[in-house]
Design a protein around this ligand. Structure first.
Ligand SMILES: [Ca+2]
Ligand SMILES: [Ca+2]
Ligand SMILES: [Ca+2]
Length: 311
């Protein structure tokens, strides 16, 4: 290589390092982090405000790069049967997320804020602005536009500390369904979710949390859960869990092993029905992630993707 050419290529490399900070962009859609290759996305700025109505029809959404490749996590790495596409945008006020989920059977039971939506069908956003793996926020939205939001303080082998009482102040979400929620006899096309998170909501997850500057990189991940065993199975599970809770309440004890022999027998009877249903519910599930976390599951911030805020 001619020395001038070499200088040009070194200069280009330095520019790349300068542009991407501590992350070097290896190929479209991936970058290297301390935890190996993770997903990468350049978040484009929208010049016109986004209307959070569940329709991703705005020009800015259409122009934004599309994420197609969610990978299966936690379960067998079979082909993804219910794919999801996602996009992100930003402006002075908000961080925007758009999801489009293909889904032949859309269902949901939980309809109250901060219900445990992860037991059903959801899309999820986990954001760790400073990328230290602690104090990150978790948001989930289901097809009924129910939300659960949490602040995760830390995840360690011996302790998982989070607050579900914590809420994203000023959060806007909307869902549009192509099909019918909770009608397993009619085949659905899918559901789309539009989310706007105000920058001020990040204040608890990073010291001096604020709007990013152009060129900043943040760590985050996107997930989707699709459960093909459907709503009826989850209703039976909820009923049986209700029976376990009632049994504990009647007996006035806190722990299962404090039950008397007769109560233990009743519990065993419920368990014999409940356990196989729960197993089926889990087995017939697609857990998918934008940045693959493998078998570690959702709370593996070292594997979160890298987003960079661009014009
Ligand atoms: Ca919209
Ligand atoms: Ca579904
Ligand atoms: Ca909450």
């Amino acid at each position: 290589m001619h020395s001038n050419q070499w200088l040009v290529s070194v200069a280009a490399g330095l520019l790349l390092v300068a542009a991407f900070g501590s992350f070097s962009l290896l190929s479209a859609g991936q970058t290297i982090s301390s935890a190996g290759l993770v997903s990468y996305y350049a978040v484009q700025r929208t010049a016109t405000p986004i209307v959070v109505d569940g329709s991703l029809g705005e020009f800015a959404w259409q122009a934004a790069e599309q994420i197609d490749g969610f990978e299966r996590i936690l379960s067998d790495y079979d082909r993804v049967l219910s794919p999801v596409r996602a996009k992100m945008l930003w402006d002075d006020e908000h961080f925007y997320f758009g999801f489009a989920c293909r889904d032949p059977d859309i269902w949901a039971i939980y309809a109250n804020e901060d219900d445990h939506l992860w037991e059903e069908e959801v899309v999820e956003v986990f954001i760790d602005p400073d990328g230290d793996g602690e104090n990150y926020l978790e948001l989930e939205v289901n097809p009924l536009n129910t939300v659960v939001d949490l602040l995760i303080y830390h995840v360690r082998p011996s302790s998982f500390k989070s607050s579900i009482e914590w809420d994203i102040a000023g959060l806007q979400t909307a869902v549009q369904v192509q099909g019918t929620v909770n009608d397993s006899l009619s085949r659905d096309l899918g559901w789309a979710v539009e989310i706007a998170i105000p920058w001020a909501a990040m204040v608890d997850s990073v010291d001096g949390g604020k709007k990013p500057e152009r060129g900043d990189t943040w760590r985050l991940n996107l997930y989707r859960i699709d459960r093909t065993a459907g709503r009826n199975l989850k209703s039976w599970i909820n009923d049986l869990r209700g029976k376990v809770a009632a049994l504990l309440e009647e007996s006035g004890v806190d722990e299962m092993d404090q039950l008397n022999p007769e109560q233990q027998e009743k519990l065993e009877e419920i368990r014999t029905k409940l356990d196989p249903l729960q197993e089926r519910h889990h087995k017939q599930t697609e857990y998918t992630a934008w940045s693959e976390t493998f078998q570690h599951g959702f709370h593996h911030p070292a594997r979160f993707g890298v987003v960079q805020f661009v014009e």
